[in-house]
Design a protein around this ligand. Structure first.
Ligand SMILES: Cc1cc2nc3c(=O)[nH]c(=O)nc-3n(C[C@H](O)[C@H](O)[C@H](O)COP(=O)(O)O)c2cc1C
Length: 187
């Protein structure tokens, strides 16, 4: 079913002390209709280096990539910030609190984690926006269009990494057993 979706592509950046990191995410959703509450759900692998910095600070910046930022899918999605400087040559801005901001995106938010569900291979974070950076109107980058424009060897490298990460994550997947009854806010 999910092969029929066409996710927008986001990059998350984080800073802890003098270390910075960044990674691609696609499992990202708005999570409230209340106008004054910008609330977002992000699903992250605890094995990513970016997550290490997020865990230390409870904060990160979510950027929606623009159509012409295809190259950052490879930079931020294929290797680890622990091994390479993903920010080399990028003129970074920063949020009021000093987190790294990528230029030329469709917009960004500095998020603060308010709660989480640890599902083992992923942590599902509920976050509130602390600062929102508006950018001039640009078309967002979407995954299927990105893959259609990337060289075949890069697409193959993504497929190999996805298969490797999926096999790695099998051991981490948490079994929750029988779920507790759900609380109801109506009736
Ligand atoms: C298209 C695409 C979507 C991705 N979506 C997510 C995601 O939603 N959550 C996540 O934790 N990792 C996701 N990743 C994986 C990370 O971006 C990737 O493992 C990255 O290299 C981690 O970098 P780091 O170790 O510097 O944090 C995605 C990767 C790609 C290529």
């Amino acid at each position: 079913m999910f092969q029929h979706t066409n996710h927008e592509v986001y990059v998350i950046t984080a800073r802890s002390g003098d270390r910075i990191a960044g990674q691609v995410t696609t499992w990202t959703l708005p999570a409230s209709l209340v106008p004054e509450a910008t609330r977002v759900v992000v699903v992250l692998s605890p094995l990513n280096f970016t997550h290490t910095l997020i865990r230390e600070t409870g904060r990160f910046v979510l950027h929606l990539l623009a159509e012409d930022q295809l190259e950052w899918l490879r930079v931020f999605g294929l290797s680890s910030s622990q091994d390479v400087d993903k920010f080399a040559g990028i003129p970074l801005g920063q949020t009021r609190s000093g987190l790294p901001v990528l230029p030329g995106t469709c917009g960004w938010m500095e998020l603060r984690i308010v709660d989480r569900l640890d599902s083992g291979d992923r942590i599902i974070y509920l976050c509130d926006a602390l600062e929102i950076g508006q950018e001039p109107l640009r078309r967002p980058l979407q995954l299927k269009d990105a893959f259609a424009h990337l060289p075949p060897e890069v697409v193959a490298a993504f497929q190999e990494k996805k298969a490797r990460d999926g096999a790695r994550d099998r051991a981490w997947l948490k079994d929750f057993g029988t779920p507790k009854p759900l609380r109801s806010n109506v009736g």
